[in-house]
Design a protein around this ligand. Sequence first.
Ligand SMILES: Nc1ncnc2c1ncn2[C@@H]1O[C@H](COP(=O)(O)OP(=O)(O)OP(=O)(O)O)[C@@H](O)[C@H]1O
Ligand SMILES: [Mg+2]
Length: 377
Amino acid sequence: MAFFSKFFAQPEPRALGIDIGSSAIKIVQLKKKNGQAILETYGELALGPYAGLSVGQAVALSPDKLASALSDLMREKEVNVTTKACGLSIPFSSSLMAVIDMPEVSAKELAVMVPIEARKYIPVPISEVMLDWSVVPKSDVRVESVAEEIGASGSFGETPAALARADVLIVAIHKETIAHFQEIVTQAGLDASFFEIEIFATCRSVMDEGLRPVMIMDMGAASTKLYIIERGIIRASHTINRGSQDITGNISKTLNISQEQAEVMKRQTGATGADKSVNDVIALVLDYIFAEANTVLLAYEQKYNKTVSKTILVGGGAALKGLSELAKNNFKTEVELAAPFSKVSTPAFLEKILYETGPEFAVAIGLALRKLAEEGE
Ligand SMILES: Nc1ncnc2c1ncn2[C@@H]1O[C@H](COP(=O)(O)OP(=O)(O)OP(=O)(O)O)[C@@H](O)[C@H]1O
Ligand SMILES: [Mg+2]
């Protein structure tokens, strides 16, 4: 028996998700066993120190430096990555997206029509970008949300003519961006089968099947990215020029301590600690972010006459203690800290730490899940 089961055993598929952010690299390795995604290892590495800055700060590094940082992380004893099969994220800022209205024609006809239509939305020559698109059926609405849909469009309803058209989501990425990431992959000795814009990976790891609009707030080091997602489509997006490193900077200036000390303090005390003066300094940054986010929310709700049901917090900045309580007080939506590790099977003893650090790994987990599905085919 042992002989036969070994003989016929398939190798267990493994997959690596790699999220190269502006301040840190995050990786997650999964394996598939009995049809389940199992967490094998994960890790993160701050990039600031690779450019003479401190942990938690955003930096721009060459592909060379990024590849060696990535190799360092994969080789770390506690991390110990054992597969080359990976998928990488592309920053949202390096992408261009638009939803265009097209007649409902065959895929073959779309392949001709979309690139022509896309020219109107893409400010660089089409030959310089990789173009991808997907049709978003307008009729893809489940019964329970039909009432809301009809309510949303007032008394007009959908005319038969409107049904003969389709929304097509077009996504363009500059070829130079792909080349940049491909170079990192090659230098690190890895095999990437796809490059995915970070928000799509995040959606995979933090969203359920719900059809109501949801806001995702990704708080990174230098900026905070906002997205409104509805039925799997990004309906609105906005980048706020403030992030978690601004909190560290403010603490450092106000308390006259080093960046490193301020970073430690931020992570230890959080936004609702015992020291009111620290809370106030942190609130200065958060209030600005909340105000902008509310503007985006309101604009969306007014434009589409829909209510955003929930805000999901992701990114390293969302790991700030007390942030979700403050967000609850500031948003009229429900607020939820992303728990992407709940999409994979994890050891019980890691539960607490994975919950706390989860928001940071949303992109890497989403990438690993997609890659694992590919490997299992
Ligand atoms: N436990 C924590 N408490 C507070 N802040 C934290 C914590 N952990 C990380 N951060 C902060 O999160 C920020 C990094 O977040 P993240 O890793 O999501 O950014 P990034 O992916 O590099 O940025 P971007 O996506 O904008 O390129 C840093 O500024 C860091 O100080
Ligand atoms: Mg990020």
